[in-house]
Design a protein around this ligand. Structure first.
Ligand code: BLA
Length: 512
């Protein structure tokens, strides 16, 4: 039932994914204390990489082991909590057990006062210049010419696929409820397509979204990996090590199961963050384990940042356009009211503008028992009951709903005539309202798998096994009112009140 589902979803949100106590083993990790740069923690898998036990490394200065490689100097320019790590290549460990290993790449970052150093196999640096830069340039040029969101996302998906070689890359955007809609996809033969599908919000719990807002790129090279624990478990301060910005951070076992269920062994996701909010993700999958080196990751992160800026600019332009349009309509309505004997007359003269202003099919001015309808509205008797209901709501200057059956249960008949409504009170003293109505928009959601069927016998939510698309028909909802529309309505209300007041004064003067 829904209660169990809600509880299980909440449990998912409780997993502290920033302090897993272990890493993915495609590299190894050391924590150093400054300024001596002595090793205070090490991942257990240094044994496979360096041929020594983690314990044996503790207390040793790292610089004794890796020699003069520019590390100590590099650290000087590494700011605290800077998410741009120090990156060095061709690092060699001077250790007896280590022989014939390829050179390593080093990435160091500080977070919450800890210096965290990660090592992985070095990629080829020349490949970065020869391949990545031209690809990025093409992307930026095309992006500038792109007009609509769909196309922008398609370009990004195409480019990320070219840069990384993942088998399937998709761009998806979160809606107000956190469900992810796949807007663009490019996939090799043999991969099922998820284009147009909707993934339920519970696939990515809130703490993960929070983390992804700050840390913009994550790679899971092999969903079947054995995590390597960090030794000792706690830092010198006795706290778990915060791996929020470590690229080797071990990921949630629930998510690893999800990936295996989906038939993907490697993944990478790039955050699209707009005004501090996780707007969407570029999500890459591969049926086989896959490496993504530092340069490729950095290029993808940069691509994600450019993409975010471009989407933000497009959204800002659309919003500005809509604001301008609303402003023009407000001015038109106000001058019509000011020119005529009453506010009601003013509105009646401009039915088209009044309806367009709110993107509505009907509108009405209701004062007490009297109503003036325009277009498609509920019958007069219902309008009167509606204003009575509205006047009992707490101090709301603007009331809006995209589902009257849910939000106005006191008047069930209303839902037979409209699905959404927006109302502004236009008198400080009387129950006078200007109300707009929207029709039902029957919506079909193509879910990727059934969201509810995932509670196991212990009552926890398990990642789903089927990603078969499943169609849900959502009824009783209108297009939701946008924030700009509500702000426009509030602005209109203030201006109308001003006109009403002035007309009252004029009347008083005439009378006097
Ligand atoms: C993380 N879940 C994620 C991530 C994605 C998804 C992209 C980010 C990690 C990554 O890069 O792979 C889900 N993958 C998707 C979605 C699409 C996709 C929606 O390709 C669609 C296109 N997951 C569950 C359930 C739980 C859960 C039931 O399905 C909780 C019980 C948890 N998902 C979960 C957690 C993480 C996660 C905890 C964080 C993993 C981490 O970063 O440690």
């Amino acid at each position: 039932d829904l209660d169990t589902l809600a509880k299980a979803i909440a449990q998912c949100g409780d997993e502290p994914i920033h302090i897993p106590g272990s890493i993915q083993p495609h590299g190894f990790l050391l924590v150093l204390s400054e300024p001596q740069l002595t090793i205070t923690q090490a991942s257990e898998n240094v044994r496979e990489w360096l041929g020594v036990d983690a314990q044996a490394l503790l207390g040793q200065p790292l610089t004794d082991l890796i020699g003069e490689c520019g590390f100590a100097e590099g650290l000087a320019s590494l700011a605290d909590d800077d998410h741009n790590p120090l990156h060095l290549r061709d690092i060699n460990f001077n250790l007896p057990g280590r022989s014939n290993h390829p050179p390593l790449a080093l990435m160091a970052h500080r977070f919450k006062g800890k210096l965290i150093v990660e090592f992985e196999s070095a990629g080829s640096p020349s490949a970065a210049y020869d391949k990545l830069y031209p690809l990025m340039r093409t992307f930026v040029v095309q992006l500038q010419e792109a007009q609509d969101l769909q196309y922008i996302c398609q370009l990004a998906v195409h480019e990320v696929k070219r840069i990384t070689g993942f088998g399937r890359v998709k761009a998806y955007r979160f809606d107000a409820q956190g469900n992810g809609h796949v807007l663009a996809e490019q996939a090799d033969d043999g991969y099922p397509s998820y284009l147009g599908l909707c993934f339920p919000a519970s696939d990515i719990p809130p703490q993960a979204r929070q983390l992804y807002c700050n840390n913009l790129i994550r790679v899971i090279q092999d969903a079947n990996y054995q995590p390597s624990p960090i030794v000792p478990t706690l830092t010198l301060d006795g706290e778990p090590l915060d791996l929020s910005f470590a690229s080797l951070r071990s990921v949630s076992p629930v998510h690893l199961q999800y990936m295996r269920n989906m038939g993907t062994l490697a993944s990478m996701s790039i955050s699209i963050v707009i005004q501090g909010r996780l707007w969407g993700l570029i999500s890459c999958h591969d049926a086989e384990p896959r490496q993504v080196n530092y340069h490729t990751r950095t290029a993808c992160e940069l691509l994600g940042r450019i993409l975010s800026l471009q989407i933000e600019a497009k959204e800002a332009a659309t919003l500005a356009q809509r604001k301008l349009e609303l402003r023009r309509q407000i001015v038109e309505m106000l001058s019509s009211m000011a020119d005529r004997d009453s506010v009601i007359e003013g509105f009646k003269c401009l039915p088209q503008v009044v309806l367009e202003f709110a993107g509505a099919v009907g509108g009405a001015i209701v004062s007490g028992e009297h109503s003036e309808p325009i277009g498609e509205t509920p019958p007069a008797a219902l309008l009167v009951r509606l204003t009575q209901w509205l006047s009992k709501q707490r101090e709301q200057l603007v009331f809006s709903t995209d589902c009257v059956s849910r939000d106005i249960p006191a008047i069930p008949e209303l839902a037979e005539h409209c699905a959404g409504l927006l109302a502004i009170s236009i008198s400080r003293l009387h129950p006078h309202y200007l109300i707009w109505f929207r029709r039902e928009q029957i919506k079909t959601v193509n879910w990727a798998g059934q969201p509810e069927k995932r509670i196991d016998s212990q009552g926890s939510l398990s990642p789903r096994h089927s990603f078969e698309s499943w169609r849900e028909t959502v009824r009783g909802f209108a297009t939701p009112w946008q924030q700009v529309e509500l702000e426009g309505a509030l602005e209109l209300r203030t201006a109308v009140l001003g006109i009403v007041l002035r007309k009252a004064e004029e009347m008083a003067q005439l009378a006097g």
